[in-house]
Design a protein around this ligand. Structure first.
Ligand code: PMP
Length: 449
């Protein structure tokens, strides 16, 4: 057997993949990535594909970036891992300082973890313990949004709003209070009017805070767009209004910028669009440029201060993993921040975002596409059955067929429910944006699913 066939057989037999129905995994064309370069992935057969989903929204500067590779190799020559529990190392110290310096001014301290969901778990536990440490244990509820997605761990799913997950794992989850999705509110109840939607949403938030604020620990929001729910952007004013009300009613504001952080929104952090200064900020994905698992929860001074006390009072934050603040990941993340600090990456974004926006127009009005959505350098095109105008039934896997066809044409995308997604590395070029969109157009328009 050729190498690919052997590996494919082992892959199916031994490797249980995430979010994957293993019964038919890889029945079609197997997709085993052997290497990558810049914005391209290469499979075992040497077939090249543009990485239109940035390796699940995390790759920033392209694959095998010489500076990131060098930073990793250099750190490898020193130490690959040593614990952060009560001990330290230079890359994590420098990274914590750098993150405090570049995130909104309210955030003064940095707690490391490995993945986005964990950065959220940390924020949840910090918020819960914060109120306990302040002698207000009755503030224990979390306020969240319908359609929210914050990751797959039990705490992150609890504050998420995906009916599928709440059905399957419901009995494991802690109860939350819920607000409507601002996007859904805008389009379902406010005729698409953004000002009305923001006003209505903030009125609902205020009435909950007025009635139950005394029992609420924190409100958690994604950074201006509900990404995993289908790229549902918030109307302007949601984040800033939420911050104002949270301050008034003494509720912590957690902003989850795991998906939107590190340039995806067009600014380094989406909070910057409305000058939002949260109490807690969750970061992940692009923090290491898409190289290694490292995540961070940034905390405001008053949050950090509530954990300071003589040792015996047990107010320290009881959380930490074996690989927390891994030196290799921190060293690469530092180099990622150095690349951002040079300015060219962010300066190039407005043109790329505009190019994406212009290119997406051709999908509007097509019988096989729904309303296209975009937030910065991320977009989603809903696939529709031209016969009925509706989404295909869950389980038909028509979106997978479209992505498979796009892959055969050299563009790697992944469906998100009924959506075909475009979330390229920030290093994508204008020509590559055009290629991605024309290939997806061809793959979707072909119509024989
Ligand atoms: N929060 C948001 C907003 C996300 O989009 C994601 C992942 N897409 C997560 C958290 C979870 O991150 P991870 O997959 O790294 O756990």
């Amino acid at each position: 057997m050729r190498d690919t066939e052997t590996l494919h057989a082992w892959d199916r037999r031994y490797f249980w993949h995430p979010f994957t129905q293993m019964q038919d995994y890889g029945d079609d064309d197997p997709w085993i990535i052997e290497r990558a370069e810049g914005n391209y992935l290469y499979d075992m057969e040497g077939r090249r594909c543009l990485d239109a989903i940035a390796s699940l929204w995390c790759n920033v500067h392209g694959h095998r970036h010489p500076r990131l590779d060098a930073a990793l190799v250099e750190q490898l020559g020193k130490v690959a891992h040593s614990t952060a529990l009560g001990a330290s190392h230079p890359p994590a110290i420098r990274l914590a300082k750098a993150l405090v310096e570049i995130t909104p001014a309210s955030l003064r301290h940095c707690f490391f973890s490995e993945d986005g969901a964990e950065a959220v778990e940390v924020a949840i536990k910090m918020a819960a313990q914060y109120w306990g440490n302040l002698g207000r244990p009755e503030k224990r509820l979390f306020l969240t949004l319908d359609n929210a997605y914050h990751g797959d761990t039990v705490g992150a799913v609890s504050v998420g709003g995906f009916p599928l997950f709440h059905g399957i794992y419901g009995h494991l989850l802690f109860p939350t209070l819920r607000l409507p999705s601002p996007y859904v509110l805008q389009w379902d109840a406010c005729s698409g009017n953004p000002e009305r939607a923001t006003a209505a949403w903030l009125t609902t938030l205020e009435s909950i805070l007025k009635n139950q604020g005394g029992e609420i620990a924190a409100l958690i929001l994604e950074g201006g767009v509900q990404g995993a729910a289908g790229m549902l952007p918030f109307p302007p004013g949601i984040l800033a209004g939420a911050q104002r009300l949270c301050q008034t009613y003494e509720v912590l504001l957690i902003v989850d910028e795991v998906a939107t952080g590190f340039g995806r929104s067009g600014k380094l952090f989406a909070c910057e669009w409305e000058s939002v200064e949260p109490d807690l900020l969750a970061l992940g994905k692009g923090l290491s440029g898409g190289y290694l698992p490292v995540a961070a929860t940034l905390a405001a001074e008053h949050v950090f201060a509530a954990f300071l006390a003589p040792f015996g009072e047990s107010r320290q934050f009881y959380y930490g993993h074996t690989y927390t603040a891994n030196p290799l990941a921190c060293a690469v993340a530092l180099e990622n921040l150095a690349l951002f600090a040079e300015g060219a990456v962010l300066a190039a974004l407005p043109d790329k975002i505009a190019r994406l926006q212009a290119g997406l127009r051709r999908f509007s009005g097509q019988s096989w596409a729904g309303e296209v959505r975009q937030f910065g350098l991320m977009a989603a095109i809903p696939l529709r059955d031209p016969g009925t105008g509706a989404a295909y039934a869950y389980g038909d896997r028509v979106e997978y067929a479209v992505c498979r066809r796009a892959r055969a044409m050299g563009v790697y995308s992944r469906p998100l429910g009924d959506l075909i997604t475009v979330v390229p590395p920030l290093s994508v070029t204008a020509t590559e944006i055009d290629t991605i969109l024309s290939v997806l157009y061809a793959a979707m328009a072909e119509g024989r699913y």
